[in-house]
Design a protein around this ligand. Sequence first.
Ligand code: C2E
Ligand code: MG
Ligand code: MG
Length: 782
Amino acid sequence: MGRQSEASQRQSNDGSGQGVIDSALVVTAVGAVLVLSGVALHQELGDSLRWALLLAGAALVLGLLYLAWRVRWKAIEARQLAEDLRQTRARLSASLWGSGEGLWIWDLQRRELQSIAASDVTNTRIAFTVSEQEWRDRIVHPEDFALIREALAALVDGRDEIYDREYRARNTEGEWVWIRARGRITEWDEQGLPIEVAGTYRLCGDARERAEQRRISVEIVRLMSEAVTVTTPDFRFVQVNPAFTRITGYAADEILGTDAVVLNSPRQEPGRFAAMREALLRSGEWRGEMWQRHRDGRDFLAALEIREVLDGQGRRSHFLAVLEDVTERRRAEQTLRYLASHDMLTGLPNRSLMVQRLQQWLLQSRRRGTQLALLFLDLDRFKHVNDSLGHAAGDELLRQVARRISDTVGHRDRTARLGGDEFTVVLPDVYGLDQVQHLADALIDAFAAPIQLEAQEFMISPSIGIALFPEHAGSVEGLLKCADEAMYQAKRRGRNIAQIYSPELASGSSQRTQIESALRRALDQDELRLVYQPKLDVASRRITGVEALLRWHSERLGEVPPDAFIPVAEDTGLILPIGEWVLRQGLAQLARWQQDPALAGLHMAINVSAAQVHRGDFTAMVQSLLSSQGVPPEQLELEITESVLMSDPLQGSLVGGDLRRLGVRICIDDFGTGYSSLSYLQRLSIDRLKIDQSFVQAIDGAGDGGVLASTMILMAHSLGLSVVAEGVCSREQWHYLLNEHCDEIQGYLVSPPLEVAECEAFLRAHRQGFELAPEESAELIA
Ligand code: C2E
Ligand code: MG
Ligand code: MG
């Protein structure tokens, strides 16, 4: 029912009641006059009494008439008042309607809220009174309640003079609408405590749109993967989103009201938190990374951005923080940085990190006026490991080598792998050459023991080049170049040694480049020749053959040893024409000796490289040379290193098979360094093994140094292969090998490689029976 109709009903009720009173009074007055007139007219009464009664009757009539008039007047007055009130309400309503606002009064004693509003503007209740409890539970949006409560508390506590908040409230249709409420304290009790707060409220400007926007914003915050928190200016949580719970482990209801200090991690240096709060209070914002502690005690790295929020009066009301767990991201970045600066195989710093550090060390040395040494290590014959055992074994070997180097150096950050089998070591503060030499010796010694790969042991050695700052170069590139050249010098001097850079040996461009360009002309300029090293049959003490060894006297570079130029020839493909030349030259020599009855029937061993063997026409070439020179095939022995046969097993056995069918003998050179397995050897078409000189040298060593050589001999014999030991240079080795039934020996003990004429003389002298020189004169060329 509408208020207006209620009022008119009440009005009509009031009107009819008044009529009854009025009629009752008139009837009473008429009745009284009639009674009094009757009494007064009675004959028995005296005149004076009659008059008195008449007067009393008249007075009563007048009195009753006055009464009737008063009652009527009061009723008119009351009607007027009701009308006034109605008009006032209508005016208030109209003015509220005009302003679009509602009134609210909060009675702090009765804990009630009253509201009056122009209905169709706010679509909220026109006038109602609710308890605080009801207001909170049914009208205010639960997410906004904390903010309102806090603002009202600030007003009541006297911290704020004006209350001014926007929040969501439910309207009569049950929808959430955004309301802006303003108010202040309007009444205090005798003690000065507030008992009433009153003010106005209205729908926020373009309310629906803003409500929609806010709803979207709230939804965004809810769905955000970053944690969003709202705290009071003294850092107590007022609001958190679901991501916060996911990231920190704290549910909203257990964290609200708590100080944000609960998230501090002891992993973060303590001063940092205080500094952050200080900065926030001072400037209102902070951004950075900070270790935080999850509810379960785990620490995580958080990227934090915190900003103050200002209220309508421009005062700081809250802090808003966005927090993201970046632990994994930082870890991934670190890994990336690590990957970019480290060698994945060995875990050592890579070239770029090494160069970077070397630059810093150089600066430091320059400042301090100290020396710095750069050691460049390259593994000897590493390619053989890769070729024969495959890359997985090669990788494992490199890992172990890296470990040995860094263990010897003691500082992991001073060792680096440049790539392949190249490593560097930096000595940042050198106080004397002894120190450098000492380190180089220690590095060489570190490779004295074999490396264990799966079930096998392998010997590997480094060649080391050393360059010094400031003597040899003043820059990183210069030092690297010098150390690289010194390393080649070490290789040329026979590997497994350290060589300090010497400008005389490597003037101008890199030695390797020089070798390459000079080697291209070596054949045309007739700079190559062969020398021959005799081989002795141990049992018969007869010289049975020679090994042809290549020599190069370069016009530009002087005598260049095969270890220095053969790898270059192999890398550049020059080994093909050179190898063919060696075969032709060696067979021609053999053919010449064949003519001499004293020298006829000698065998000649010729070394061949992988590239030669793997060429499809190798067998055909050998066959045509043999027939053109008229040499019986069985007098030719081809020395192929183990790695060549193993690099392509099928090809290796095919080639071996083809050559064997020709009648040529096949010998595995440098046996023991190429790591073939027994079962594999069985499948190859080979005739003999040549034990690498490192195993022969070991015979002289203490303990059971010869065990490996003995095992190889036994193994070869069990496979029906004959055995040659190379590099024999002591009587002890000779006797040992004799005892172990080694078939042939080759080495300085018998003879060094000889020029053709010398070799011929030697053969003539010793072919039929070789005797060792007397003991005292047997001091051999090392
Ligand atoms: P290799 O085939 O194992 O040759 C044996 C090497 O040991 C030769 O070095 C020889 O001079 C040296 N030697 C011989 N007896 C002793 C000794 O008692 N003590 C010591 N310390 N060394 C001894 P060289 O002539 O410098 O040859 C080195 C390597 O160069 C050869 O090793 C071979 O692999 C390669 N090579 C030489 N000539 C040729 C060739 O014509 N073609 C190919 N492809 N490679 C060749
Ligand atoms: Mg050889
Ligand atoms: Mg050899």
